[in-house]
Design a protein around this ligand. Structure first.
Ligand SMILES: [Zn+2]
Length: 463
């Protein structure tokens, strides 16, 4: 298997490449003259940049313009390579890696996933992601053509996008950047699954949605007013660490009796065996449920009740219209979800009781990776309140462009978009991902400091 070779690219050169790729992404095929006018790079710099991109396979020559006879050779047009992946999403779940890739027109090129043993070291998990991406794209991954890599990891992210304030994750972000080449953005993997379900899945189009994933961990995501909520310290969506049993088991977050200690796959299987059930894994439990095993059904009824009471409390606090339940346990279906619904109905405030919809997730295990793609593209209105990632290095402006004009990007901040077209091609609409309604993202403005109340720091959330 061919490996991606780490390479050193000078920041200025990378900025030039991103400027050119951004224009081709926004406007489709352009000839060299059009590119030169729009990106503001000097003739020599543009020539060198295009030579590099053509050699790397990120850019290809498109069918030349039709030209009348006798007018000489038509100008060669350049386009993004349609076979190259343009954005990647990777979900590093507890026991599996999932990947997703989209191409030039933001269509999904493919998704893949593979389970692994718990506790697999990070370099091995990154290598697995690399192998899965290679399997999806074959020779079609031109590293420097990537707009970005959106990466989901377990637990809240308290620091910057690249994990630089999150200890071990900074090494992971650096390793991913080295292996894949594009800018790397990190976020909580379950929140990314919520983003995907709200973009392409069970809650698409719903402005107020709550997502819960019941897997080896239990977590979720909140969409309020059409915006994905990240929360202070990136802690929003840690539904698995809501306490449900003060006398329950210790949780890895440091708490006691969290929802995760009763509603994760491991917790449910442990409880099933403790009650005399026979089954070491999820397929065995599914088989028992299908066989109407009273131990399994009784257990799921109790667990569903605990989940439903937590969802009712959250619903009363947040006011979602839709609650989406995903993860492997949700595949057990009605024996788990009906008790969830009953407890939800019993606990939700009367006004929302019969208007709240409970749905199964639609995207399966790859939801987190698809959310990573949406994060990398950065154009979903759901992300409009997310802090903007660190900008890519910018090329020096040429005489025809202001510094702001030289940035690579979508139609919203592209030079021609600002100048009203100047007779050239219009920015093309990007399909899906909410791009058509995209709003530019801005860093959140810090509020003046307010007096804070002392809060216990004894619990460390981790889902
Ligand atoms: Zn916990």
């Amino acid at each position: 298997m061919r490996q991606f070779t780490p390479e050193v690219v000078l920041p200025a050169r990378r900025g030039h490449e991103q400027a050119v790729l951004g224009l081709l992404r926004a406007y489709g095929p352009l000839n060299r003259g059009e590119l030169s006018r729009r990106c503001g790079l000097s003739r020599t710099t543009l020539h060198d940049t295009l030579t590099g991109l053509l050699a790397a396979g990120a850019v290809v020559t498109a069918t030349p313009d039709e030209a009348p006879r006798g007018r000489g050779r038509p100008a060669e047009r350049l386009a993004l390579n349609p076979a190259a992946g343009q954005a990647l999403g990777i979900d590093f779940s507890r026991r599996a890696v999932y990947v997703a890739a989209v191409g030039v027109t933001y269509e999904i090129v493919g998704t893949a996933g593979e389970a692994h043993a718990p506790g697999l070291p990070w370099p091995d998990r990154v290598a697995l992601a690399e192998r899965l991406v290679r399997g999806l794209l074959g020779g079609g991954l031109w590293r420097r053509a990537l707009k970005g890599v959106g990466v989901g990891v377990v637990g809240p992210l308290t620091g910057a996008w690249d994990g630089s304030r999150d200890g071990a994750l900074s090494g992971v972000a650096a390793l991913l950047g080295e292996r894949f080449g594009g800018p790397v953005l990190l976020d909580n993997n379950t929140r990314l699954a919520a983003l995907a379900e709200s973009t392409l899945g069970a809650a698409a189009g719903d402005q107020d949605a709550l997502y819960l994933r019941l897997s080896y961990g239990v977590g979720g995501g909140v969409v309020a007013g059409g915006v994905l909520h990240r929360g202070a310290d990136g802690v929003s969506g840690e539904i698995g660490h809501v306490p449900v049993d003060p006398a329950g088991r210790s949780c890895e977050c440091g708490g006691t009796g969290c929802l995760e200690t009763v509603a994760s796959i491991r917790a449910v299987l442990d409880a099933y065996r403790a009650r005399g059930g026979r089954g070491d894994d999820l397929p065995a439990l599914k088989a028992a449920v299908e066989a109407r095993d009273p131990i399994a059904l009784g257990l799921l009824s109790e667990v569903g009740g605990q989940i439903g009471r937590v969802l009712a409390a959250l619903s009363n606090a947040i006011g979602p219209r839709v609650i989406v339940v995903g993860g492997e346990l949700a595949e057990l279906g009605a024996p788990l979800l009906e008790p969830v619904r009953k407890a939800l109905d019993a606990g939700a405030v009367p006004i929302s009781r019969h208007r709240l919809t409970l749905r199964r997730a639609a995207l399966g295990g790859v939801a987190g990776a698809l959310g990573g793609v949406a994060l990398a593209l950065g154009e979903s209105p759901l992300l409009s309140r997310y802090p903007a990632p660190e900008p890519e290095p910018e090329p020096e402006p040429g005489p025809a462009a202001s510094p702001a004009d030289s940035r690579a990007g979508g139609p919203a901040d592209s030079p021609v978009g600002r100048r009203g077209g100047r007779g050239g091609p219009s920015p093309r609409p990007a399909a899906g991902w909410g791009a058509a309604q995209a709003r530019p993202r801005r860093p959140l403005t810090p509020l003046p400091s307010l007096p804070t109340l002392p809060v216990s720091r004894g619990r460390r959330a981790a889902s």
